[in-house]
Design a protein around this ligand. Structure first.
Ligand SMILES: Nc1ncnc2c1ncn2[C@@H]1O[C@H](COP(=O)(O)OP(=O)(O)OP(=O)(O)O)[C@@H](O)[C@H]1O
Length: 274
């Protein structure tokens, strides 16, 4: 179609008017793909021929004994640690090993560390506002904060994390669990495609753990979520598919029942709890 025909065609949708699509291409494969990844620290193999695939929208739990390589694996995905060999892809287009940490984050990979780091002297609303302001992709100027659509997004996230009633209270008054949810909310402001969550329920009450399980399961589908967690009860309550890491490689993968009945897993890990 010529440019003149396009201009005359009222039904034609011009490319510049269409919504910007996420750059992550998952049409023909997983959202995250690690192949034959190796990392040594002073000759010690922390990650040893690691292969891992996460599907778009999946909620995956990663378990494994201390020193299994879980944190190192997260560090590799976010660009904090560079592997010695192997490949790490985000969708089929983005080779994460060629990108730095800020570029990987702006592609839509959000990481929640174990300890919450919210701004206690600011309200919940302001915390979420700041999280949005930190995202240069969707939010080029601070003055844009007052736009109604951004306020709507903040209210939507407050609803998702179950803290809408505390919208204008200071984050300092929140319980430990509520701070964790707020921090998850801060990541959600940037609409990540993949959320990496490190030990979300450490230090939480039973009730907070239940609420966290609901939150993480509600996020799956809309985004992919990878949870590293030691609490087996919690993992059982949310897990669809579990990956067991041991000595830097995948020892077993499957449902919680499958992996917890696997003799190798029982020997190296779950046996400690049996
Ligand atoms: N920067 C580093 N320098 C040296 N050794 C390291 C470094 N980072 C990790 N390691 C070692 O690599 C191994 C894997 O560590 P990692 O923290 O990834 O395990 P993990 O599964 O997260 O353990 P945990 O459950 O205790 O957090 C450990 O033996 C650790 O001591």
């Amino acid at each position: 179609m010529s440019i003149f025909q396009e201009l005359a065609d009222r039904e034609h949708v011009f490319e510049f008017l269409t919504q910007v699509q996420s750059p992550v291409d998952v049409r023909h494969g997983p959202i995250l793909y690690l192949e034959d990844v190796n990392v040594s620290f002073d000759g010690f193999k922390a990650i040893n021929n690691l292969n891992l695939t996460i599907d778009d929208g999946e909620l995956r739990c990663i378990i494994g004994p201390n020193g299994a390589g879980k944190t190192t694996m997260m560090d590799i995905i976010t660009g904090k640690t560079r592997p010695d060999t192997g490949s790490v892809w985000f969708g089929s287009r983005h080779n994460l090993l060629t990108m730095n940490e800020p570029d990987i984050a702006s592609l839509g990979i959000g990481r929640k560390f174990q300890k919450p780091t919210v701004f206690e002297a600011l309200t919940l609303f302001e915390n979420l506002e700041l999280a949005m302001a930190a995202d240069k992709r969707v939010f080029p100027t601070l003055t844009a904060i007052m736009k109604p659509e951004f306020r709507d997004r903040i209210d939507e996230v407050l609803e998702m994390i179950g803290l809408k009633d505390l919208r204008d209270r200071l984050a300092g008054i929140l319980s430990h669990g509520q701070k964790q949810w707020l921090e998850i909310g801060m990541l959600l402001m940037q609409k990540p495609r993949l959320l990496l969550v490190d030990e979300p329920v450490a230090g939480m009450t039973e009730q907070e753990m239940e609420r966290t399980a609901e939150l993480l399961t509600s996020l799956a589908g809309k985004q992919s979520v990878v949870v590293v967690e030691h609490d087996m009860g919690f993992v059982r309550s949310i897990a669809r598919k579990v990956t067991v890491l041991h000595q830097g490689s995948v020892l077993a993968e499957g449902t919680m029942d499958q992996v917890s009945n696997d003799p190798e897993v029982i020997k190296v890990y779950l046996g400690e709890e049996a």
